[in-house]
Design a protein around this ligand. Structure first.
Ligand code: KG4
Ligand code: ZN
Length: 343
């Protein structure tokens, strides 16, 4: 009987050192070390991020291997994020993966981080549907680095239908959170304070962008100006209205992306939608999509389990596995890239 491949996935594109081991499509371990140091700086400090990856990578790999209860020798291939991301951080993962591949004489597999967010849906039991989407489907990548609607025809046949012209949705959450006095990353904090808020209390104008592209910078400036004006008349405005402000911001963002996805479904005639990326952890965004899908029977919506929304090694490992099955291996000479490259 053919042995089931075991793949190690290494993710170091931003501020998480993450390593996962998968066998076939089952996750054996998925270790994530968050770099809390960036909280006080209001965003990720690249120099600090790469140094911390360097400090954490060996122990994270060892933990992932131990938890998976395998020996290094059983690993069939090593996959790692080549880009996009912070170059210094990527270099740490890349150097480690190259050495690992040479040391164990196993194939090296590079992974596009954005593609991996989408392919996380092919890990067994990785979404709330407990099954992977059939092709073709629309991938909605909503993360700190990217906001894209992607037509997914096959594992490695993806076409971008729309993307942000300026800020990503995650960055917008983080910057608005900062205005409200929260630390980085602000998305989960906005979600937390939204819980008992009235999402209809404040009305923020939505961007008017034709087609399937997004824009968040105007929305962000609008909210910023609104809060500044209110603070001018009432210095306690944020304190007195925090839940309602957070809920209103969150719901407006949910509606902005839902409207774009609706457009994309009509344009492509594809009604199977898979959410991906850190912002898809947001409860309200998930609910807005689930409710819409309930009312629109054509829609089939796939929502990742929380552990596969924000950056993780398992999404890198599954992409590695899918490439491994097609013998898509890379040479030791590859170098990381910071800016998004087409799939
Ligand atoms: O996918 P991810 O971990 O990293 C990138 O590839 O960028 O996404 C990180 C982003 C951050 O902007 C963070 O604030 C946001 O995801 N995020 C959330 C939530 N959890 C993470 N935004 C809104 N609500 C959340 N619960
Ligand atoms: Zn990511």
């Amino acid at each position: 009987m053919k042995k089931k491949p075991i793949i190690i996935g290494i993710e170091s594109s931003c501020d998480e050192t993450a390593v996962s081991i998968i066998r076939n499509r089952d996750v054996l371990s998925n270790i994530i070390i968050h770099q809390n140091i960036h909280k006080k700086y209001g965003g990720v400090v690249p120099e600090l991020a790469s140094r911390l990856h360097d400090i954490n990578i060996v122990k994270t790999v060892n933990q992932a291997i131990n938890l998976a209860k395998i020996s290094k020798k059983e690993i069939s291939a090593v996959s790692f994020t080549l880009g996009p991301g912070l170059i210094g951080s990527l270099l740490v993962g890349a150097s480690f993966a190259k050495s690992f591949s040479m040391g164990l004489d196993i194939p090296l597999i590079t992974v596009n981080h954005v593609q991996a967010h989408i392919l996380a849906h092919f890990i067994n039991n990785s979404n709330i549907n407990n099954c992977s989407p059939k092709f073709p489907f629309l991938g909605l990548v909503i993360s700190g680095g990217h906001t894209q609607i992607v037509k997914v025809n096959d594992f490695f046949q993806m076409k971008i239908l729309g993307s942000t012209l300026d800020d990503s949705i995650g960055d917008t959450f983080d910057k608005l959170a900062r205005i409200l006095g929260f630390h980085y990353p602000g998305g989960p904090i906005i979600e937390f304070f939204s819980k008992n808020g009235n999402c209809k209390k404040f009305v923020f104008s939505k961007p008017l962008i034709n087609g399937l592209n997004f824009s968040f910078s105007g929305f962000k400036s609008h909210v910023l100006q609104f809060i500044k004006n209110k603070l001018h008349n009432n210095p306690s405005f944020i304190k007195e209205n925090l839940s309602d402000i957070c809920a209103s911001i969150q719901r407006t963002m949910a509606e902005i992306i839902l409207e774009k996805v609706q457009k994309a479904t009509l344009k492509t005639n594809i009604f199977r939608i898979a959410l991906a990326g850190g912002v898809s952890a947001n409860h309200d965004i998930r609910q807005v999509f689930i409710s819409f899908a309930k009312e629109n029977k054509k829609w089939e919506i796939f929502i990742p389990k929380k552990e596969y929304t924000t950056d993780n090694g398992a999404m890198i490992a599954i992409t590695g596995l899918l490439k491994y099955e097609k013998n898509l291996f890379d040479s030791i000479n590859v170098s990381p890239y910071s800016k998004f490259k087409n799939f």
